[in-house]
Each structure stands twice: as C-alpha cells, then as structure tokens.
Design a protein around this ligand. Structure first.
Ligand code: GPU
Length: 842
C-alpha cells in the first residue's frame, strides 16, 4: 500500500497508461524496437532466435497490460478465488497460444512476413515449458486455460524447476536421458524478487502454556530456505482476463549465519549452503504414476505448499475479514496428494500462529480444501515414513497425529462394532516403518474428493476409498470427468480442421467457447464438398507428420497409409508391449504372404512415442523392443510400404500438436480399470481420428457420446480383472496361441538378442501376466483386423470421423472447470467489463 501513488499524481499515470501494439504496423514497430533496444541487435544481426525473442516481447507487453488489469479487478472485487495447487504444469509453448488467445495471429503472420520471417518458424524457436510428466501435468495446463477463458479469479501455484522433464534421445534403440535446461531465455516469466517467503525445515517443537492454561506449540530452530515467486501470465481465449501462474524458486535465505561463515573465510561451505537451497527446485521428479518416497521430493512438496499458503493467507488478510470467512474467499484444489501437506500447514497456521481453537480451525480447513485423485494403482499412492516427516517437519507430524486421533475417535463413535475399520482407515499405517497415508489425509481434510472419469470415480468409491464413503457418506465423493482445451488441441494444433469446422459451426470465438456447438457439423456429414475438404485436411496433416518423420528419422512413410498412433508415457499398464506384439504378429503375417497378396494389404504406419521413467527397467525394455522391431521391419525389402514402425524421440506437448492431428487410429489400450481417464483419447477424437481402446477411463464416456459404432472397443472388462489375475497366477495360465508365436519369434533372435526382451516375455508367460496382455490379445488382433476393414471403406470411415468430432463437445475442459466451480469450489466468474479497477486502490 505504501508503494501506491498518491491521488494527485495519478492523473499523470492514467494519461500515460501503457498499451500494447494494435494492428500490423504497430506490431512491426514493437518487434523492431525490441530487436534494436531490448536485444541490442539490428537488421544485420537478427536471426530467428532474435525474431522469436522480439515477437514474444511484443506479445508479452500486450499480455502484461491485461494481466495487471485482471489482477486489479480481482483485488477490487475481492470475491472468492480458486487456487490450483499442482506439482506439475505441462504448458508447452506460450507464443502461439498467446497469439491465438489474444486473437492476433494473423497480424503477427503478416507483420513477421514483412520483416522477413515466417510465423511458423518463429513459433518453433520456443523451448517447451515441460514442467510435468504426462496427463496429470497437462490437465493442470488445460485447466489454467479454461479458468482464464471463463474469467474465473484463479491462480495456479507450482514449482519453478530449473530442469523440466528430461529430453529423450534414442541411441542404438535405447532411451538416453538428457537434461532439459529451459530457462536460458524465458520471456514468459516475471521474477518477483519482492515476493519471497522463508520456509523452515527440521528443528524442534516446544510448547508453552499461558495464564489461562492454553498450550501453544512453537516450531523452532532448523534451517530456512527462501522461496522467490516467478509469475507467468495465462491469457484467456477471446477475453481480456489474464490469470497468474505463480511458480516458486528456492534460494538460500540470507541470514547472519551465512555472512559469518563467509566473513570468517568459510567461503566454500557458504556456497555449499546456497547450492543445497537451490537444489529444492532444481529438478522435476520424472516418475509418472509412481511414488518413490525420496526426502528431496518431500522437501519440494512442503517448500511449495508452505510458500503458496503463506501467499494465499496474506492475500486473505488484506481484506480484514474474520477467519471463519476464509472458505468463502478461498477454494484450494489439491492436484493429487502431492500438496496434501497444505491441509496440515493451514491447520498449523490457524492454531499455532493465529491462535484459533482446533475445531474452529479444522472446520475452516475442511471447507477450504478439495482433492482430486488420479489413480488407483497402489504403487502410485503416496506414503511418507513417519520418521522422515518427524525429522523434516516435526510440528506437522504432531498435527497429523492429532488429525488422525480426532478422526479415529469419530469413526469409533459412529462404527463401534467394526474394530477392524480403525486400522483400515487410519492415516498412519502401522507397518514397519510406520507410514503416513497421504490420500487418507487428503480425504479427511477435504470437503470433496473427485475422480477424473465415471469408471474411475466408481472404482475409488467401491475399492480404495470404500470405507471413507461409509464414514463420510456418498456425497463427499464426486466425479468430474476430465476435459481438454479446444483452443490448443483443436484451433492451435489443427488450424485446417478448425477453419473447416468454423465454416459450419460459426465463428471460432463461439464454438471454441461452447464446444457443444460442434454438433452443427453433423448436419453436413453427407455434404460431398464438406467431406472432400475433411479428407484433404487429414491428408495435409498426415503429410506434415510424414515430413517430420522423414526429417527426424530419415524414414519415408506414405501419407496414404493408415497412421496408427500410440503416444503417452511408457508404462506396463498402458500396454505399449501389447501394441508392439501386435505389430510383430502383423509382420509375421505379411512375411507369410505372397508378393501379390501383400500388394493388396492396406499399408500401415505404427507410430510410437513416449518417455520411460529413468529407473523403470521394463518400460525401457519396451522402448528397446519397439526400436528393434522398427529396424528389422523398416529395412525388410519384402515388406516395403506395407508396414513401417516409427518411434518418435522426445514426445512432448509441441510434438503432440503435430502428431495428434495426423492420426487415423490411436491406441488407448490400458488394462481395464487402470487408466483413470486418459486425456489424449479426447484430443485424438477431437482431431478427426478414431480410437482402438479398452473399456477403461474416459474411453467409456467417449463411446457414450459418439456412439459405439464409431469406436473400436475390445478386451476384458474392469469387473473381470481380479478373477483373471487370480486365474493367471493360481489356475492354469494358457498363453494366447498368436502371442505364443510372437514370443517364439522374439526368442529366436529375429529382433536382436532375445535376452534383451526376456523380461517382457516372462512377465506374461511366467509371472502371472498382471496386465492381462495374453487375455486381451486375441480380441485386440481381431479388432485391429476390423480397423483395417473399416478403413478400406473410406466413405464410411469419414462419416465416423465427422460424426465423432460433432459429438465431442462434452470433453472441453470448460465444461469440466464449470463443474468444479459449481459442485466443489462454489466460485463465480468475474466478468472483465464490470470494473477494470484502475485507480481504485492497489
Ligand atoms: N496421471 Br497418479 C499422471 O499423468 N501421472 C500420475 O502420476 C498420476 C496420474 C494421469 C492418469 O494416469 C490419467 O489417466 C489421467 O487422465 C491424468 O492423470 C489426468 O487426470
């Protein structure tokens, strides 16, 4: 407030308000100005990197102005805000997105062209912001786009990793990890060196009693690390609203201690302290759907959560409301259990620092938080050892024990006959060593818990969280089916299809904000001109991918072939191994044919992409097999164009934008009941591709929306998985004969040293086939045959594609965010035209 300009001087400010470029001429002027001043270059020294930098800065200026206005408007309105806490934000590139969301891409295109550049080349200079592993992180990014586009007063809070997800190189068929240093030049972040929070770790707890007998805990000693805010503007689509993503970076807290070390000549250890502090936000943990229980990861979690809560509480306190109104002003969504310590931290702030009673504080906490679960896989459910929590966060462990005590007392009162219930639902697992079950803590501390697709939400209610449904009642557990932003995943990734759709569904500014308007294109499903244009768009997208494949792998693929795509993190439950076994089966079949027969076969390109966690041995074996099969098949003169197998290196968001629009069929083939939702399934269908998939996650709802005649479903159902696993382990486990053939060929050394793939084979043959690859293989092959037959009838195929796209409106992340807003957060949008807040206070 002290920094605020006094009333009499404000006129000078208002008169001189900054404004970004308007129109092409001003855009060019701004680009040249940034080249010549900000970058200190000239037209004799301006490569694409510099043009990218200057273009980004010109757009950034535009964004910042609306961003400031949005923040002022939100401060002035002082209405309830949403805080989305996520350890991952898989943002991808920002420039193209900013151009399209602001609605100035055409201006940029013609302006850049006059300055001697192609907008596509400039966009490609940008390094992806890859602060996430896969679906969970990308979901957070789609949510930010929707929150801004729908004008919600919302903040994202995350960590500013110096290294995002590693870059994947394939060398001799093996994955090699290379560090992703992405911060060299990042015009999209604003360091806020004035917004810092000192975060405490370790130390001990002392209790004092005042005259009235009230006991207060004091967390003392230990070490302190400083969190510095870095802010990233998030532009809404076709609205001036521009929200904030705040990422925390760790640095050494400047304390006398360090200076003493420094001055006393202990320079090395002073630098060491600094490096240790910076380690906290140095690197994203590269595991997807896996918890590894590392101390540094717990440090990351508390560091981020404590800084974010301090920020949120500070903002709340400015309005001078009583504490009980906190949940009317603040909704905090926990993206998985990673930020669960926020529950404990808020309780700590309220009872230790603000002096509230336990019960009053706990009510506030429960009304504030809600928790999204993204998996039922036991190896992904976070647990922290009591010893580790005790050591790092001694006061928090006490509070966790108290939360558990009061919770178990409540359970005991309400279910006195069920003694076993207490140990089943205890937040502390009485194992050796004892563990804190983070999902249970998240449930107990939240007012709503949601799964991310109907099947998944049913599964959490009936399996992993069953007892909690009994305890808290069914209303606490809700479903919010995931969604994707059609701005990035249709308009940006597939401009050709977007403008074709616009010719029937109306202005993109309408249908991209109300995706159900896509249904208008179904009226044109039989319009020959529309169908022809549709086929041309798909072919052009396939050509674009074929060019990319040629330039990165040297392999030539025909855009006329059926493109079969599976791109996602490599995981046994996602079953890339089943896909590659199917490819081998196809190869064997082609080999057994006469050249004449082979000519009649519909050519297929099998495209894979995805990273394996560096320590995930089986996933790395899968990558190796895919590449080995590729080098055999692609160089087999008998095969020619009939089959190509491509592994695309370093799958990430910007590559997804090229790959997804080019797909004819994509594979979403997880063992039923294991993929919580999947979101790329939605992206593929929205881009005019069909799906081969299991009855899992959002595939089921996609089927409901588009009709079962438009999807290739196969395989066992979730309800049968337990029995099949039991049979595979204890009963007689017969391997599918086609799969057996494939295994024999692998073991004969056709694809290189059989030993290299022994793990994958024996997982199915000898170790119970936990992911039911053999059980589903026959049905998978049959369904792939059906895909071939269907594709041969191009007319029917195009009808299926158009119909499917027309019916995908439900899967917009706007629908999803509106459901969260109504059912969970109880927040309302803040329309940008109500008051721009300029000159009204801070
Ligand atoms: N998911 Br848990 C991840 O990407 N990483 C994780 O660590 C966990 C879940 C995914 C689910 O696997 C996917 O099914 C879902 O669509 C996505 O989260 C978003 O909800």
């Amino acid at each position: 407030v002290e920094a605020s300009i006094p009333e009499p001087q404000r006129e000078a400010w208002l008169k001189n308000q900054a404004s970004g470029f308007k129109g092409k001429d001003q855009f060019e002027k701004e680009v040249v100005r940034h080249v010549e001043t900000t970058l200190a270059r000239s037209m004799f020294n301006c490569d694409e990197t510099a043009a990218y930098a200057a273009t980004s800065l010109a757009f950034r200026d535009r964004l910042v102005i609306e961003w400031n206005r949005t923040q002022q408007r939100q401060t002035f309105a002082d209405s309830k805000r949403v805080y989305y806490l996520s350890l991952e934000f898989l943002m991808g590139r920002a420039l193209d997105n900013a151009m399209l969301n602001i609605g100035e891409k055409e201006v940029a295109k013609s302006g850049l062209s006059e300055l001697g550049f192609r907008v596509e080349d400039i966009i490609q200079q940008e390094h992806d912001a890859a602060l996430g592993n896969g679906g969970l992180g990308r979901l957070a990014a789609c949510f930010l786009d929707s929150l801004a586009s729908l004008n919600f007063p919302a903040w994202g809070y995350g960590l500013r990793y110096r290294y995002g997800i590693f870059k994947q190189e394939i060398i001799d068929g093996y994955q090699v990890e290379v560090p992703d240093y992405w911060l060299d030049f990042n015009p999209w972040e604003f360091p806020r060196h004035d917004v810092t929070v000192d975060i405490q770790f370790y130390g001990n707890v002392n209790k004092t009693t005042d005259d009235s007998g009230k006991v207060t805990a004091h967390w003392e000693g230990g070490e302190t690390v400083r969190a510095v805010a870095y802010d990233v503007p998030i532009p809404g689509y076709a609205t001036p609203s521009t929200n904030n993503l705040r990422l925390w970076s760790s640095q050494a807290a400047s304390g006398e201690f360090d200076f003493q070390k420094f001055n006393s000549g202990d320079y090395e250890s002073s630098v060491g302290d600094q490096q240790r502090a910076e380690t906290i936000s140095a690197v994203l943990y590269p595991n997807d759907n896996l918890d590894r229980g590392k101390e540094l990861r717990l440090k990351q979690q508390y560091f981020w959560v404590a800084a974010s809560l301090y920020d949120i509480v500070r903002r709340f306190k400015k309005s001078k409301r009583p504490w009980r109104e906190f949940p009317d002003q603040v909704a905090i969504q926990l993206n998985d259990t990673h930020p669960t310590l926020a529950i404990v931290e808020l309780q700590r702030i309220l009872i230790d620092l603000e002096g509230l009673d336990w019960d009053d504080a706990w009510n506030i906490v429960q009304q504030t938080f809600s928790y999204t679960n993204h998996t039922v896989l036991p190896e992904a459910l976070e647990k922290w050892s009591v010893g580790l929590v005790q050591h790092l966060l001694p006061r928090h462990l006490q509070i966790i024990y108290d939360i558990n005590l009061f919770f178990l007392q409540m359970v005991e009162r309400n279910f006195p006959k069920d003694r076993e219930m207490l140990s089943r639902v205890s937040i502390i697992e009485e194992s050796q060593p004892k563990m804190v079950r983070m999902a249970y803590l998240a449930i107990v501390g939240s007012h709503k818990v949601n799964g991310v697709a109907e099947l998944h939400s049913d599964l959490i209610r009936t399996t992993i969280f069953k007892d909690f449904v009994t305890i808290f009642g069914p209303d606490k557990f809700v479903n919010v089916t995931n969604g994707i932003t059609p701005r990035r995943w249709l308009h940006q990734a597939n401009p050709g299809l977007s403008s074709l759709i616009a010719s029937k569904a109306g202005d993109p500014e309408h249908y991209l904000k109300d995706l159900t308007l896509l249904n208008k294109i179904e009226l044109s499903v039989n319009d020959p001109a529309f169908r022809k244009a549709w086929a041309e768009v798909k072919l052009a997208n396939k050509q674009r991918l074929a060019d990319y494949i040629k330039s990165t792998t040297g392999i030539v693929v025909s855009p006329k072939a059926l493109f079969d795509v599976q791109v996602k993190r490599i995981h046994e439950y996602k079953r890339q191994q089943m896909n590659i076994f199917g490819v081998i089966f196809r190869y064997l079949k082609l080999k057994s044919m006469s050249p004449e027969e082979r000519k009649k076969v519909l050519p297929r390109v099998s495209i894979f992409g995805g990273k394996a966690a560096p320590g995930y041995w089986m996933a790395k074996q899968i990558i190796h097999l895919i590449n080995s099969v590729g080098s055999v098949v692609n160089n087999d003169p008998d095969i020619g164009d009939a089959l190509k197998v491509i592994f695309l290196e370093d799958y990430n968001v910007s590559k997804a934008e090229i790959i997804i629009p080019a797909s004819d069929i994509s594979e979403h083939i997880s063992t039923a009941g294991t993929e919580a939702s999947g979101t790329s399934n939605m992206k593929f269908v929205l881009n005019g591709g069909l799906i081969i998939g299991t009855c899992d996650g959002a595939n089921i709802e996609i089927t409901r929306e588009i009709g079962e005649e438009n999807i290739f479903l196969f395989g066992n159902l979730a309800e049968d998985v337990d029995d099949l696993r039991h049979k595979n382990t204890y009963g007689d486990h017969k391997i599918d004969p086609s799969l057996d053939k494939v295994f024999n060929v692998i073991q004969s050394g056709t694809f290189g040293n059989a030993q290299d793939f022994q793990g994958m084979v024996s997982a199915v043959r000898e170790h119970g086939d936990f992911y039911l690859v053999s059980d589903d293989f026959h049905s998978y092959l049959e369904t792939q045959e059906l895909v071939d037959k269907s594709y041969a009838d191009q007319e029917l195929w195009i009808t299926k594609c158009i119909t499917s796209v027309a019916r995908m409106g439900f899967f917009s992340s706007d629908r999803c965010i509106n459901e969260y807003a109504e059912e969970i957060w109880n927040v309302e949008p803040l329309q940008p035209d109500t008051n721009n807040g300029v000159g009204k206070g801070e």
